[in-house]
Write a new protein. Sequence first.
Length: 710
Amino acid sequence: MSEPIIKRGACNLCEAICGLEFHLTDGEITAIKGDANDPLSRGHICPKAVALKDIYSDPDRLRKPIRRVQTANGYEWNEISWEAALDEVAERLLAVRAEHGANSIGAYLGNPNVHNYGSLTHAAHLFKPLKTKSRFSATSVDQLPHQLIALWMYGHQLLVPIPDIDHTQYFLVLGANPMASNGSLMTVPDFRNRLKALQKRGGKMLVIDPRRSETAEVADEHLFIQPGSDAALLAAILNTLFEEGLSEPGRLAEFSDGLEAVQAAIKPFTPERAATLSGIAADDIRRIAREFAAADSAVCYGRMGVSVQRFGTLCQWLIQLINLVTGNLDAPGGALFTHAAIDLIEGPTSKPGHFNAWQSRVSGRPEFGGELPVSVLAEEITTPGEGQIRALITSAGNPVLSTPNGKQLEAALESLDFMVSIDLYLNETTRFADIILPPTCGLEHDHYDLIFHVFAVRNTAKYSEPLFDKPEGAMHDWEIFTALGERISKALDSRPMPDIKPEQIIDMGLQSGPYSKMAGHPAELSLQKLKDNPAGIDLGPLAPSMPQRLFHADKRIQCAPKELLADLQRLDAELTAPEGNGSLRLIGRRHVRSNNSWMHNYQRLVKGKNRCQLLMHPEDAARLGLDDGQSVKVSSRVGSLTATLSASVEMMPGVVSLPHGWGHTREGIRMGVAREHAGVSVNDLTDTEFFDPLSSNAALNGVEVRVESI
């Protein structure tokens, strides 16, 4: 047996980018530990990182292309060569395109694509020559409102202000659970210790959520709120700041337009009206506004719970305004822009974004950043006519479990002429593919986090070399995109994109970025320097950067976009108490051992108590004659499912919760452990017709459901 060695790297399973130490003996992983020298994660590690070993060795993970072949008894999967697979995919896509047009090819990109820099740098090799506008991603069941508000207010879809948690005195959190998520659009590993430091310096965290979540448990205060009513609460806080003379934007007023219009528009939203809808007392609403304004530094932050609801975009706008009018935007301890080592805002690859440049074919829903809302994907497949999607490409996505009305999408996928999936697994979505192309896993390729350094609570840079060599005959995801793109470009007689490897792009970005020798920065970053410092390099805390960092040509903040002022009128019209029709409001939830729909095949993560249970307050259970632990039927407008009831005081009365990403009961998937912990899919209840009309982001929280005994 050889001497054990330690290699450093980063976990790319979620947004936290935690630094890791891999302990290896004779080429085998014997331990995975947090890297105390990582300047961002500081030794923090969560259970998912330990499961990286399980992904690498999982016998269910695909390692060669497979083709679905029809048989007398259904179908079977056969391995085929890479050349045969790539040739067939290109030929089939080109045939559909030739007969039905470019937009007849759809594409769906799942969340893991943004955690894998090869996908980010090279997906365009395939999609640019295809020239399809039928593109979808997880964005429209997630953070679309954040990016749309960043575009409208600050001029760029990635200019999302980040809470400066390491220096704030008052942290107001709505619909977020960083204790489980390690942050989201706030890359914040080691959240627990960061919160302890906040509290030690006399600060306070107030969590507002329909569930007493893991984050609420460690907060200084928690208040329940009716799902979907956050916009009313936020509007009332802003109203109080204006009405009580607590609005002090300071230097921000010099380059902010429209604050007077905002103040006039917000007048009808009193704390008393918000209390009726939200369930939070008017006195508490005023107290929150006063505490926030009085704090030496404060920041308001809202995430999934406020994004995926019918007023998600309005919520994110009001959050920005609360930070702005109190002078906590672009201020230490407030909300600040990052300055990443590879600058995606001011760099040569900057994509500010656009909205409503075209609309979906069937329902006329707006695009954002070149993508249509995924809630219309099924109807775009099943509705005949010019532009009907006949072929689909999925990459690292499982929309059957991740997007509204999964059963409707299943039926649509079955009707496609052709489907190809770039994925590690035969899952609930990829089982409909004709061919699956499996890329290497995260330990077999290098990594630089292009996106989440842009959303981190501290400026750092880190490059991870592959832990293991690429297996013979395997392909990285960027190589798959490139190979398909070359074939399609050649057939269409178009010029293929430049043959540049991802690490070359990273090196160019570092050497031309704000911390480069070219920029005169003492860090003199380059790829080689990051390789020489595998624990990462600290580039300092977030710092004020307005108005220079603003991307609008006039370097001003647009506080009152007309679309948002109009949406206040929609809120005003709906600002009434919930109807007493006996229904309950459904919300999702996240667990630290889970990662959307694909971390349920590893025993160390799913062992123990069943986590896919329907949480309900004991009062609601008693009212409905239900017992803790029994099976119940949960129904919505679009479907029903059977779940195990767990009576819990962590739920607000009138609200129930199911976790996201479960439901591994479909036939044809290849997952060993999952059958023991299959759970049910909350997206068999969510509704494609329940969405935010302003952004068309899906509304996954606040869905009306009924629960009854079986």
